[in-house]
Design a protein around this ligand. Structure first.
Ligand SMILES: *Cc1c(COP(=O)(O)O)cnc(C)c1O
Length: 360
């Protein structure tokens, strides 16, 4: 019989150690211009504000509906799909984490781009899923041929982040054609700002999952709502995993506010149109200042200045109360990712940059 005892402190060997995702800063100071996490500069729809005012606090005594019935039904009607084709979660981060654990269970590696949403490699590590990053080409485009080889699943955002570049439906379909035996996830966090959605392809590809979020185009990052649309079989598998984790993911307020937002299409259209107009103006203005801007289809611009160091520009702006995002990764360390804000916020950005050129 082995009578050896563990040493005091051995519990440390039991810890799961991971390198976490690093979210953009949420600074506490007032009066800063926040262009660093792709939030929407406009308030949520008046329909959401109204729904919040009418909310019955007594209802909070009870658990929320675990099937998220009202919100699921509202989303199904909005997109013209069945309620059995919609999965809702606590932001699309929650939905994507569920997708990783539900769909990526092969010994083969999951494929995603090297420059993309930096949460993908974090989930792969957390869930111990083998993965392989496929390098974007010199102009930061995804090369579809890289995704033809046998793999354990494919995921990419369209438009991609942080590049903002969008691919046409024919590109998505080509990737689906070459990956009929695995799940292909298209993360459409930014699709409301440009490009064609992959949703019409659901009719022909049962292995396609499309994810969306309320955080960007619906001005509701603070409510935490995301969702996926796919074939009933994929959605059922995700539900089973969710119920094995936490049945009550969505709080009562989120369920009600999420449904209310969908009823106000006019406001949604107006605010997204404004952001697109401000984005197009931003590309023009930044280009006039000497920046090279990628052709963005999202609510941010990914830009580099050939004369000024990316990190120094980032630090200068931050010192002057303007927060943008800078990633220290290979290939992108000279770029800034600038969220599209209000027109007046963007004016402040252009002025501050002009002053930076004089002092850097
Ligand atoms: C912002 C973002 C998400 C996650 O957003 P949630 O706030 O969790 O809904 C997912 N994918 C990409 C590419 C994003 O940029």
């Amino acid at each position: 019989m082995n009578m050896e005892r563990n040493q005091a402190g051995d519990w440390r060997s039991c810890l799961r150690r991971v390198t976490p995702y690093v979210p953009g800063e949420q600074p506490k100071e007032q009066n800063i211009i926040k262009l660093n996490t792709n939030e929407n500069p406009y308030p949520p729809s008046p329909a959401v504000v109204q729904s919040l005012k009418q909310m019955d606090p007594v209802r909070l005594r009870l658990y929320p509906d675990p099937s998220c019935g009202t919100l699921t039904k509202a989303l199904a009607d909005y997109h013209g799909v069945g309620t059995d084709q919609v999965f809702v979660g606590v932001g699309s981060d929650d939905v994507l984490a569920m997708a990783f654990i539900t769909f990526f269970n092969s010994d083969r590696p999951v494929f995603f781009p090297d420059v993309t949403y930096s949460f993908y490699p974090v989930w792969a590590e957390l869930f111990q899923i083998p993965c392989e990053c496929k390098a974007l080409d010199e102009s930061f485009r995804i090369r579809s041929e890289d995704y033809y080889k046998a793999n354990g699943g494919v995921i990419f955002p369209n438009p991609n982040a942080p590049t903002g570049l969008v691919e046409p439906l024919s590109f998505i379909e080509d990737i689906l054609e070459h990956n009929r035996d695995v799940i292909v996830v298209v993360d459409e966090a930014y699709i409301d700002f440009g490009g064609q959605s992959a949703l019409p392809l659901l009719a022909r590809y049962e292995n396609l999952l499309v994810t969306r979020t309320y955080s960007k185009s619906r001005s509701m990052a603070g409510v935490r709502i995301g969702y996926a649309i796919g074939s009933p079989e994929l959605i059922r598998a995700m539900q089973d995993v969710k119920y094995s984790f936490n049945s009550y993911t969505m709080n009562q307020a989120a369920l009600e506010l999420g449904a209310a937002a969908l009823a106000d299409e006019a406001y949604f259209k107006m605010t997204t149109d404004r952001i697109v107009a401000t984005r197009n103006a931003a590309v023009r203005r930044l280009t006039e200042q000497g920046f090279h801007c990628l052709d963005s289809a999202a609510n941010f611009v990914f830009a580099t200045h050939p004369q000024y160091d990316g990190e120094k520009l980032f630090a200068y702006l931050r010192q002057h109360g303007i927060y943008v995002r800078h990633f220290n990764g290979p290939r992108i360390s000279q770029y800034l990712r600038i969220t599209v804000g209000l027109d007046e916020e963007m004016e402040r950005l252009y002025e501050t940059l002009e002053r930076a050129y004089g002092s850097l």
